[in-house]
Design a protein around this ligand. Structure first.
Ligand code: FES
Ligand SMILES: [Fe+2]
Length: 486
C-alpha cells in the first residue's frame, strides 16, 4: 500500500475517482443522442465512518426496521397487469405486515390490511381472483370495496355490525410505470414526491409504460436484506466476483449518483463495451470479441471493429439488430448507452428498476423471518410488441433458501452471474456476526462507490427515529446500531 498524506486526503475527500473514462465521457462519445436524464449526475459526500455490523445481524435492529421503516415507506407490491379484473388480487407480505392489493368493481386499485377484524386471521394467503374476501375461520366476509357484508351469527356482535369501521383498513396506493406501490403509513408523503428523480427521468426519457411482466422469480437468500441489496448496488465487486466480464465492463469507473433534491432515489451506472481499468490495455477489437462471446444478445458471433470505431459503437449496433425484432421496436436511434450500459435506479427502501430501452430488469428486496435471510425478486418487464396483443403475465417462480437461481425457468445467463453473487452472501452474513473482543465492529464503505449505502442506512435511521418519537419512546433504542454522521 502506498502512503498517503492524511491532510491532502481529507481535503479531497469524495473527489477521488478511478482511472479510465467516466460514464459522462462515454455519453459524450455516444453515436446517438443520449437521454438528458443520463447526463443528470451529482454526488455528495456521505461521510467515512464505519457502519455498525449489528445493523445487519441484530434481531433488535431488525425489529425496529420492521416496526418503523417497512410500515412507512413506498414499496412495489405487484404489477398493474396482475390486477386486470375486479377481484384479482396479490398478497403483498413484508416484514410482519400483509396487504391484499386488489382491483375493485369500479376499476380502482385498493390495498387492504390482510387481517380479519374478528380474531386476526390472515384473510388471503395466495394471489388469485375472488368475488369477495371471506375469512376461512368463522366466515366473516368483505366485498371488493372492503365493506363487511356477512357476519355469521350477527346477533352476537352488535358492537361490530353497527360500527362504521367494520371496513377493512386500507394502505395508500400509487401506480407508476405499470407497477402498484403501497405504503402502510396513512400520512405518508405522496409517491410522486418521494420518487422524484425516478418519476422525472422515466417520464422524460425511459418509456417503460407499455411493458408486461415476462419473468418473475423470488428467492429466499441466506443474508440480511441490506447485504443482498448492497451486493447489487456497486461495480466494485466485479474484479473479485465476476472476473469473466472485466474485458468488457467499466467496473471501477462506474458512476454513482446522489441528488440532494431527491434523496430517496439514487443511481448506479456501469458502462459496458469498454475494458476494466484493472486490466492492461486491450484493443477495441479484443473488447468487442470478449463482449460478444459472452452476451446472449450476440446472435451474430464475432464482428469486426473498423479503424476509428469503438467496441461500444459496434456492439451497440449488434444489440440493436438482435433486440429490435425481440422488442418489436425500431431501436436504430436508441443511444449506445441505453443498449449497453446498466443504469440501475434505486428507490428507498428496496425497489431497483434498470432504465433504458434495452433494459428490462427490476429488483426488489424484503426482509426474511430472521435478520439472516431475505427475499429477492427478479422481474423482467418486456415491451409489448407493437401491433400485438398484450402477452399473459408470467407466473411467479418461488425458489427456496437452498435452491439456485439457475433453477428459475427463463432466467438465462443472468442466473450464472447471480450465483457468483450468491456464493458471497452467506459468507458476508457469517462474517458480520463475529463479535469477539478483537473483531472489527463496523464495515468500511468506499467513499464514492459505496456512498449510496450510507444514505440508505441514514434513511432507515430517520424512519426509526421518527417512529420512536411518535410513540414517545426513547431514541436510545437505536443508539447501539446508529449510523454515524461523519
Ligand atoms: S377470525 Fe376471521 S371470522 Fe373469525
Ligand atoms: Fe454481482
Amino acid at each position: 500500500m502506498t502512503a498517503v498524506d492524511p491532510g491532502l486526503e481529507l481535503k479531497n475527500l469524495g473527489k477521488a475517482r478511478s482511472t479510465g473514462p467516466s460514464v459522462q465521457d462515454l455519453l459524450e462519445a455516444d453515436t446517438r443522442t443520449v437521454p438528458v436524464s443520463l447526463k443528470d449526475h451529482s454526488y455528495e459526500l456521505q461521510g467515512i465512518a464505519d457502519v455498525p455490523k449489528s445493523r445487519y445481524t441484530s434481531h433488535a435492529f431488525a425489529a425496529l426496521e420492521n416496526e418503523f421503516m417497512w410500515t412507512k415507506t413506498w414499496q412495489m407490491a405487484c404489477t398493474v397487469d396482475e390486477l386486470a379484473q375486479p377481484g384479482d388480487h396479490v398478497v403483498y407480505d413484508v416484514a410482519d405486515q400483509s396487504l391484499i392489493v386488489t382491483r375493485t368493481k369500479d376499476g380502482s386499485i385498493k390495498a387492504y390490511h390482510n387481517s380479519c377484524l374478528h380474531r386476526g386471521t390472515k384473510l388471503r394467503v395466495d394471489d388469485g381472483r375472488v368475488a369477495s374476501f371471506r375469512c376461512p375461520f368463522h366466515g366473516w366476509r368483505w366485498d371488493l370495496d372492503g365493506e363487511l357484508v356477512e357476519l355469521p351469527a350477527e346477533w352476537d356482535f352488535p358492537q361490530v355490525w353497527q360500527q362504521a369501521d367494520s371496513c377493512l383498513p386500507q394502505a395508500q396506493v400509487a401506480q407508476w410505470c405499470g407497477f402498484v406501490f403501497v405504503n402502510l403509513d396513512p400520512d405518508a408523503t405522496a409517491f410522486e414526491q418521494v420518487a422524484g428523480k425516478l418519476v422525472e427521468h422515466f417520464g422524460r426519457d425511459f418509456d417503460m409504460s407499455n411493458r408486461y411482466k415476462a419473468f418473475h422469480a423470488v428467492k429466499e437468500v441466506p443474508a440480511n436484506w441490506k447485504v443482498v441489496m448492497e451486493a447489487f448496488a456497486e461495480g466494485y465487486h466485479v474484479i473479485a466476483t465476476h472476473p469473466q466480464i472485466l474485458e468488457f465492463a467499466g467496473d471501477a469507473n462506474s458512476e454513482y449518483s446522489i441528488w440532494s433534491e431527491s434523496p430517496f432515489v439514487t443511481r448506479f451506472v456501469n458502462g459496458f463495451g469498454l475494458q476494466s481499468p484493472h486490466l492492461g490495455n486491450l484493443t477495441e477489437q479484443q473488447v468487442a470479441d470478449a463482449y460478444l462471446a459472452f452476451s446472449a444478445r450476440a446472435a451474430r458471433g464475432a464482428v469486426e471493429v473498423p479503424e476509428g470505431s469503438t467496441a461500444r459503437a459496434v456492439v451497440a449496433d449488434v444489440f440493436r439488430s438482435v433486440m429490435g425484432p425481440l422488442y418489436g421496436k425500431d431501436l436504430s436511434q436508441i443511444s449506445d448507452s441505453e443498449m449497453l450500459d446498466a443504469h440501475l435506479y434505486h428507490l428507498f427502501p428496496a425497489f431497483a428498476p434498470w432504465a433504458g430501452t434495452g433494459q428490462s430488469l427490476v429488483y426488489r428486496w424484503r426482509p426474511g423471518p430472521t435478520p439472516d435471510t431475505c427475499f429477492m425478486d427478479v422481474i423482467r418487464m418486456m415491451p409489448v410488441p407493437e401491433g400485438k396483443d398484450r402477452p399473459a403475465v408470467a407466473p411467479i417462480q418461488r425458489l427456496q433458501l437452498e435452491q439456485k437461481w439457475t433453477e428459475a425457468v427463463g432466467m438465462s445467463g443472468l442466473a450464472d452471474v447471480f450465483e457468483q453473487d450468491m456464493a458471497n452472501l452467506p459468507k458476508v452474513q457469517l462474517g458480520l456476526k463475529m463479535t469477539a473482543k478483537r473483531a472489527k465492529k463496523g464495515v468500511s464503505f468506499g467513499v464514492y462507490q459505496e456512498a449510496r449505502m450510507r444514505l440508505i442506512h441514514r434513511h432507515i435511521d430517520n424512519c426509526i427515529l421518527e417512529g420512536l418519537a411518535a410513540e414517545g419512546r426513547s431514541a436510545d433504542e437505536l443508539t447501539p446500531f446508529v449510523m454515524p454522521q461523519g
